[in-house]
Write a protein that binds this ligand. Structure first.
Ligand code: SF4
Length: 297
């Protein structure tokens, strides 16, 4: 899907890959997995192969879609683009060459701001800091950057018309219009923040959604933005608003921007909220009504 979205912190979704496999408790009620099953049933072309039933599901096998690569080239109006609302861009089965093409598209469309959220920040760090070994002292990421530039040339076997314009020199590295984030649902996955710190990115962010436990003492050094949210939908797990309060405070202490997205459906039910997901700030305790964005370069 490359569509307008109801996600509060973005404006558009772009899915050059679809499908995924669950890797941690935050994935238990993955909305994309449920949605893929429905889209398969509706005959949507991107969702016709089934993933491993233990970790994935109908229509949710990891797939790359070269024909989706050029979509952002057609969007003239600048917008915030959530990359892969229906997948994880750094899933192990997304080839590096395809990642290079995705980054080439983002470099060629500096009018847009791209927000990539992954539960696999270790792979993202490895690829995006791919060290140059030619001995000439190129900075970290040089190999990946070269792959990205190569992907945009007409010599590349995977050339996509339209990418060659404006990618060189203008883009810089890391790309100034690409934000990189990781999801952390509870303290067991705090190590993802360490991997995130190793990723070269104009803006680094954490999505603590669904927040499943306290994240006190989470190291937010080098993090610019923290999104916080409770779970909604069937099987939603409870959220303690004290976890949210503490994380908002810690985010401010770290000079990062907090964005409270929703308090989840259990909180909404227990508090007679006007919105089933607990997504209306007017219903919340005043201290939690914060929706800030990071300073951008
Ligand atoms: S990593 Fe994201 S897309 Fe993949 S299964 Fe987990 S929640 Fe779903």
């Amino acid at each position: 899907m490359a569509d307008k979205t109801g996600i509060e912190w973005t404006e558009q979704t772009w899915n050059p890959t679809t499908g995924c496999d669950r890797i941690s408790p935050g994935c238990t009620n993955c909305y994309a997995l449920t949605m893929a099953k429905r889209l398969k049933g509706m005959g949507s072309a991107k969702y016709q192969t089934d993933g491993n039933p233990k970790t994935s599901g109908p229509g949710f096998n990891l797939a790359v879609h070269a024909d989706s690569l050029t979509e952002p080239l057609r969007w003239k109006k600048p917008r915030k683009v959530f990359v892969n609302s229906m997948s994880d861009l750094f899933h192990a089965r997304v080839p590096r060459e395809f990642l290079a093409q995705v980054f080439a598209v983002m470099a060629a469309t500096p009018q847009h701001t791209y927000q990539i959220l992954t539960k696999r920040p270790e792979r993202a760090a490895r690829i995006l800091t791919d060290l140059c070994t030619c001995g000439s002292g190129h900075p970290p990421g040089e190999h990946f950057r070269s792959s990205m530039e190569w992907a945009a040339t007409s010599h590349s076997p995977t050339y996509v018309p339209g990418l060659e314009h404006g990618i060189y020199h203008r883009s810089g590295w890391p790309l100034p219009n690409v934000w990189l984030g990781t999801s952390i649902e509870n303290a067991d996955y705090a190590r993802r923040a360490d991997a995130l710190r190793n990723i070269p990115a104009a803006v680094r962010f954490i999505s603590a959604e669904p927040l499943l436990g306290p994240l006190n003492n989470l190291n937010l050094h080098g993090v610019d933005w923290v999104i916080i949210g409770g779970e909604s939908g069937p099987g939603a797990r409870p959220l303690d608003t004290q976890w949210v309060t503490d994380l908002v405070d810690d985010t401010r202490l770290a000079s990062a921007a907090p964005f409270v997205k929703q308090l989840g459906s259990i909180w909404a039910r227990e508090n007679n909220a006007s919105d089933a997901k607990g997504g209306k700030p007017a219903d919340w305790p005043e201290a939690l009504r914060v929706r800030e964005y990071p300073d951008t370069p």
